[in-house]
Design a protein around this ligand. Structure first.
Ligand code: ADP
Ligand code: MG
Length: 704
């Protein structure tokens, strides 16, 4: 019965074959249910019709609607600067409607003396009202318009879709989809449960989110839809956890063998911190239970997660299994590999590396060695999850900076084995455990809450371009003291070409101001060949180059303890967690380090808040919290989103923490009574659970 929502979206009036294909390609919308699950991100109130005289600058309205009659038109300018003005008035006053393009289309639709409903963003020139590119309809159109309510949803869309569907296109097809299913929607929640939790029925919620009649109705709708989303995820996670703990096929690492011991006694360059020891102990305890381990390791940048990873991997090798570490970038994989090689020197353990940029020889050595079991410890990028990578006996997997991996990539790691390897995922983006579970599935959490001794907090300051000479002077002084400097440029996809130009200009300016033979400046960005990137990184690491000009490819993980200055250009364009990651590249040795945020003169409020926070604190936990708050509801965009296994459309696990707790308890209660949700009355619940099952590939515990 709930099948009506599974109908192909092409059957919705106003969609059809071609648009259905476009909806799928652009937004993954295939069924009527998908379409109704595409919620508005904001609403405009179309019940309110203003008098022109009431639309003043002082009223501070962002969007307005008014009825007015056309009194005249005017053309001005030529070619691209052409402008079409329509003069309108109502009983209270007059206004101008202005078009800069689409003039041929609009002029045909404007009739002298006729009354229109005008909708748009008001602007004011010397106190008089004008609206640029408004939506207009004749009053006849407005009165027959099929509007279910006064609040009209604005839907997330793509450029392509908007150009095909038009501005109100989504609203129109959602309205027809609703007509199609309105009386045939089955509620997945059993009635008694729904009432007890004081949730509105699903059909009411769907209506309420697309065509809200009131603010309270909208709130109720959102609460219900969020709850379903969170409950589905909780049912999924908890069922899997029960399943994982019921099984006893986890690899056993009972012995602390010669390798681990030799490493600890002879290779370790410094004593472990208390937190590192504790986490290694937690991992050891996990690997003797007979259950598969699924552990998230959180630790701020520079807290020494790599060492914990290495020692855990040695534990696996000591017990006769292979171990691998997957890093999100080529640079980071190479760095880990070099570190491991250096630290393992003289010990009987065979290592290999495999990345997308591996040459034929490196690739062959790695592939053969891991297939026949002679390579015990493998480092790589997502090249590790390619089909042809076959392990002889993979017992332990580390995923570094896991938030940087896409869902699919993390997901495929476990298919490498008949038995599930233990999994350690590491991140410097600290999040509370319930949130972590919602985002990453069924896992236990370890925290490194202590930095290695002797670290001094990085001093962070903000400069504008006016201070560039001072900045260069400062860089010279630091270099004279034997230190090294990063200069990082933002790289954002849409403006790639411009970004590269910024970087290249910056590089040239620095090369001019820091001439050879005293200074060597290396450059590293995504458009370079892997071999050239590697050479730049080598120069910088070895200290041959004192300055590294780079894009944020160096954002995660890069470890050059002698570097003490991080200059971030156009810092306002970076997100908070990215800034914190970048800053984490310095302050890794015992020297005082500096982070210099270069910004423009004018900053948005949010950008200022981010930069102020950076200058105020070095605490990654506090910054992560602030970041979530700044990015606010419904927008877990950016870094977190890209790594989420669960597709959260409407709930925000941070802001909806109470609803999350309710969903968690409800799921536990339901599963206690009916673990498989096999009761016919629970069929809808099983559906909610399985809606997220397509994603269970992310959970490393699910091995068939
Ligand atoms: P992250 O947690 O950000 O991945 P790393 O593992 O790269 O941090 O470690 C940061 C730096 O701290 C490295 O140079 C590493 O050698 C050093 N380090 C790690 N553990 C310790 C320790 N116990 N004492 C001193 N230095 C340490
Ligand atoms: Mg790291």
């Amino acid at each position: 019965m709930e099948r009506v929502l599974d109908n192909d979206v092409k059957f919705v009036a106003g969609v059809g074959e071609a648009r259905a294909r476009l909806l799928d390609r652009e937004l993954g919308i295939r069924t009527v249910g998908d379409l109704l699950g595409h919620y508005p991100y904001r609403y405009i109130d179309r019940t309110k019709v203003y008098r022109i005289a009431d639309i003043t600058e002082a009223a501070g309205l962002s969007l307005v609607q008014f009825r007015a009659r056309v009194t005249g038109v005017a053309y001005a300018g030529e070619g691209r600067r052409r402008r079409f003005t329509v003069f309108v008035s109502d009983a209270s006053g007059s206004a101008e409607l202005v078009w800069f393009h689409g003039i041929a289309w609009i002029e045909k639709r404007i009739e002298q003396g006729r009354e229109y409903l005008v909708f748009g963003r008001p602007s004011f020139y010397r106190g008089s009202l004008s609206v640029v590119h408004p939506d207009i309809e004749t009053m006849e159109q407005a009165l027959t318009r099929h509007a279910e309510s006064g609040m009209q949803g604005i839907y997330p869309s793509t450029e392509k879709l908007s150009s095909v569907l038009g501005a109100k296109g989504f609203h129109r097809i959602v309205t027809s989809a609703w007509e199609l299913v309105r009386n045939r929607i089955d509620d997945p929640l059993p009635e008694a449960l729904r009432r007890r939790l004081e949730l509105v029925p699903l059909s009411e919620a769907l209506h309420g989110i697309h065509f809200p009649q009131s603010a309270e109705g909208l709130e109720q709708a959102r609460r219900r839809l969020k709850f379903d989303e969170l409950l589905g995820i909780q049912l999924n996670i908890q069922a899997r956890r029960t399943d994982r703990l019921a099984r006893r096929d986890g690899f056993l690492f009972p012995r602390v063998g010669p390798l681990f011991r030799a490493f600890y006694e002879t290779q370790l360059p410094f004593p472990l911190t208390g937190a590192q020891k504790r986490v290694i102990r937690e991992i050891r305890e996990d690997t003797v239970t007979g259950h598969q381990m699924n552990r998230l390791l959180q630790g701020d940048v520079g807290s020494g997660k790599t060492l914990v990873a290495l020692m855990s991997m040695l534990l696996a090798v000591d017990n006769g299994y292979q171990a691998c570490l997957m890093a999100p970038t080529e640079i980071l994989a190479r760095q880990h590999f070099a570190t491991f090689r250096r630290m393992l020197e003289g010990l009987p353990v065979r290592t290999a590396i495999l990345t997308g940029a591996s040459n034929a020889r490196e690739r062959r050595e790695a592939l053969e060695g891991i297939a026949d079991g002679s390579v015990q410890l493998l480092v790589g990028t997502h090249a590790l999850i390619e089909e042809r990578v076959r392990f002889a006996d993979l017992g332990f997997v580390v995923i570094d900076e896991q938030h940087r991996f896409g869902v699919e990539q993390r997901a495929r790691m476990w298919t490498k084995n008949a038995r599930p390897p233990h999994i350690l995922v590491m991140t410097a983006t600290p999040i509370p455990r319930t949130l972590a579970m919602t985002l990453y599935g069924d896992l236990d959490v370890s925290v490194i809450d202590e930095l290695p001794p002797g670290r001094r907090p990085v001093r962070t300051v903000r400069y504008t371009d006016a201070a560039r000479l001072r900045l260069f002077g400062f860089m010279k002084r630091e270099i004279a003291r034997g230190r090294q400097v990063y200069v990082v440029y933002p790289l954002i996809k849409e403006s790639e070409a411009a970004d590269y130009k910024d970087l290249t200009d910056g590089y040239e300016a620095i090369s001019r101001d820091f001439p050879l033979p005293h200074y060597v400046t290396a450059v590293c960005h995504g458009r370079m060949k892997p071999a050239d990137k590697e050479e730049s990184m080598r120069q910088f690491k070895s200290g041959e180059a004192q300055i590294l000009v780079a894009t944020s490819v160096i954002e995660v993980g890069v470890d050059v303890p002698n570097a003490t200055v991080m200059v971030i250009e156009s810092a306002e364009r970076f997100g908070l967690s990215q800034l914190h990651q970048l800053r984490g590249r310095v302050g890794r040795g015992g020297e005082q380090s500096y982070c210099i945020l270069m910004t423009g003169e004018k900053l948005s409020k949010e950008a200022r808040a981010r930069l102020d926070a950076m200058c105020e604190t070095n605490d990654g936990f506090r910054l992560a919290e602030l970041d979530l708050r700044l990015r606010g509801a419904g927008d877990l965009g950016g870094t977190l989103q890209s790594g989420e296994p669960f597709d959260l459309k409407i709930a925000n696990p941070t802001l909806d923490a109470r609803l999350l707790a309710l969903a968690r308890d409800t799921a536990a209660e339901l599963l206690a009574a009916d673990p498989a949700l096999a009761d016919p009355a629970h069929r809808g619940l099983a559906g909610l659970r399985d809606r997220h099952a397509g994603r269970d590939r992310t959970d490393f515990s699910m091995i068939s």
